[in-house]
Design a protein around this ligand. Structure first.
Ligand code: FAD
Length: 322
């Protein structure tokens, strides 16, 4: 099996940031993701009848100039667009996953395979899947996934897992619902009250590049999700639809489609406070939003920090400068 310069485990925004930067700097890079598609929490779920829902991240609002420049580039390429409902924010086009898909173009990515363990022999790491089969080999590894999922690969007693044991994530139940007719719900709705069932609603069908239909995404609050994390999906769906009907003053039009998704690791409520983690003499890096905060921009910034630690940003500048 070919030995890559760099193996990236996790094709969310952080992993794709590292992978693209490393490829642009001339490294051979292979990416592995357990999902059916790529993008992680920058996700779009499709359903029958041409429906689609951004059930993870809702919008990306840039603060750092570098992230703003990336979103402008993505908008120029037709993979993102400004969303007026959230001031200064962008969404992926035609769905949120359009954004990571564009970043993933031309990269060597294996999907549908979950990393289950790593073994280092000399300068080479072997990455095994959860069936114990060799999946990829590389000289350096970047694990770009939520901290609790890093722990699942390395094992909770591994010394490298202890470096990130303090990081904590909130879960989130997400409702995706489409109606036949006007649902009379707001374009967006946020409720920070501690006893709120739903903390967020968005008229997904009205985002740029969508069909304009009555499709909505609603997120249960952290408190409600924690209290009902292990309930079955049908029960959760019924409760969240009731909560949506309350916000629509009691009545919703006939339901065309509904589904729920449980994000066990939705947003980091206790981030690490460092931009990335370098281990094993700079041969193993951990990165992701949870290093710095709870937003997509933090995932990008953490990926950038890995590129800097690997000296790849400088290399690129040297190349550009000739
Ligand atoms: C409900 C919800 C709402 C949000 N709203 C917003 C918002 O409005 N604005 C905002 O900026 N951010 C929001 N976020 C946060 C944003 O989505 C994240 O900050 C960002 O997408 C994290 O990117 P990442 O690359 O760090 O991690 P992820 O996107 O989680 O990527 C990690 C990847 O690793 C893969 N993986 C995990 N374990 C393994 C393994 N063992 N083997 C192989 N692959 C593995 C996963 O499949 C995944 O693709 C929201 C998130 C959620 C869930």
């Amino acid at each position: 099996m070919e030995i890559a310069d760099l193996v990236v485990i996790g094709a969310g925004l952080a992993g794709l940031t590292v992978a693209r930067g490393a490829v642009e700097a001339g490294l051979s890079v292979q990416v592995l993701d357990k999902g059916r598609g790529i993008g992680g929490r920058l996700a779009t779920r499709r359903a029958e009848g041409g429906l689609s829902f951004d059930h993870g991240a809702q919008y990306l609002r840039p603060r750092a100039p570098g992230f703003a420049a990336l979103l402008e580039d993505l908008a120029g390429a037709g993979a993102a667009a400004p969303w007026d409902a959230a001031d200064g924010a962008y969404v992926g086009v035609p769905g949120m996953s359009g954004l990571p898909k564009h970043l993933a173009r031309d990269l060597d990515i294996t999907t549908g395979r979950r990393a289950g363990g790593l073994i280092r022999s000399g300068d080479v790491w072997d990455v095994f899947d959860t069936e114990g089969r060799l999946a990829l080999r590389g000289r350096r590894i970047v694990m770009a996934m939520p901290a609790p999922q890093v722990e699942m690969v390395l094992g909770p007693d591994h010394p490298d897992s202890r470096a990130i044991a303090e990081v904590a994530f909130a879960p989130c139940w997400a409702l995706m619902a489409a109606f036949d007719g006007d649902a009379r719900l707001p374009e967006t709705h946020r409720d920070r009250a501690p006893d709120a069932v739903l903390s967020w609603i968005a008229h997904d069908g009205a985002k740029p590049g969508r069909d304009g239909g009555a499709s909505y995404v609603a997120h249960a609050s952290t408190a409600w999700t924690r209290a009902h994390l292990e309930q079955d999906a049908d029960w959760v769906q019924a409760r969240l639809l009731d909560a949506l009907a309350d916000i629509a003053n009691g009545a919703l039009p006939p339901l065309r489609h509904a589904a729920v998704h449980r994000w066990r690791f939705s947003t980091a409520v206790r981030p690490l406070g460092r931009d990335c983690v370098a281990l094993e003499d700079d041969a193993l890096f951990l990165c992701g939003d949870w290093c710095l905060g709870d937003r997509a921009e933090h995932a990008w910034a953490s990926g950038q920090a890995v590129l800097k630690a690997l000296d790849l940003v400088k290399n690129r500048q040297r190349e550009i400068g000739g």
